[in-house]
Write a new protein. Structure first.
Length: 243
């Protein structure tokens, strides 16, 4: 029985798709100059925008927040005060992003057949992006939202251009990246065992030779990395009429 058939049977029994969202939030925010997840967008901390977006997705049945040990209590209290019903656990992450995602994966509910991994610092993900990528993962087992790159990209070494890739084939991949549970668990465990350094979770699946299908992302779904990104995020929220 395929993943889609299993999920449909589970949906008929329980009304839920069994998708766990893992939110890695254990970084040091060095380029931001402050803990970016607690910085305000409008009057609301960045992390709450992110978690509320995930909470609003009907496919997501639980959210596991993975963070640093020193943030376990304040972030747990933040989630409690915000009455986030789907945040089931706040757990300590590892030394790398991959180790943190694995820590969250190992806490997922036994019935979770899909895992959605979403950057804590992407607070502007829309319901449309969320629904489409989960639906594609149901069909294919591995999916991620992406947008075509706007700039011409150069490959360079020591400041000297080597070549210019065909821009029509280049995409900026976003999150959430959504996978069948066993696939991403095995892929990440192998990556850690091999000492592979990954910048996203699709890379772990790609290393196994498995295809990852792209869905339509959004240029609004930015990742907050530097102070300038906060200004852009506030402008987007103003355009949306939310602040």
């Amino acid at each position: 029985m395929g993943l889609l058939d299993r999920l449909r049977r589970k949906e008929k029994r329980s009304g839920a798709m069994g998708c766990t969202a893992i939110v890695p939030a254990a970084g040091l925010s060095t380029r931001m100059g402050a803990d970016k997840l607690l910085l305000p967008l409008g009057e609301t901390p960045v992390l709450l925008w992110t978690l509320r977006a995930l909470e609003g997705c009907p496919y997501i049945t639980e959210i596991i927040l993975v963070t640093r040990e020193d943030l376990i209590v304040p972030l747990g209290q933040l989630c409690k005060d915000a009455a986030l019903e789907k945040v089931s656990k706040v757990v300590v992450g590892g030394d790398t992003r991959t180790q943190s995602v694995l820590a969250g994966l190992r806490e997922a509910a036994p019935g979770a057949e899909l895992i959605a991994i979403h950057d804590a610092a992407r607070p502007l993900v829309s319901l449309g992006v969320l629904n489409e990528v989960v639906e594609e993962a149901i069909r294919t087992g591995a999916a991620a939202p992406a947008v075509p790159v706007k700039d011409t990209i150069k490959r360079a070494v020591d400041g000297v251009i080597l070549n210019t890739p065909d821009r029509s084939e280049l995409y900026a991949v976003q999150t959430p990246q959504v996978f069948e549970h066993g696939l991403i668990l095995g892929a990440l465990e192998k990556a850690v065992a091999d000492g592979a350094e990954l910048t996203d979770d699709c890379s772990a699946v790609e290393r196994l030779g498995m295809p990852v299908h792209l869905t339509a992302g959004s240029y609004d779904n930015i990742k907050l990395t530097t102070p300038e990104d906060l200004t852009v995020a506030e402008a987007i929220l103003e355009r949306w009429g939310l602040i």
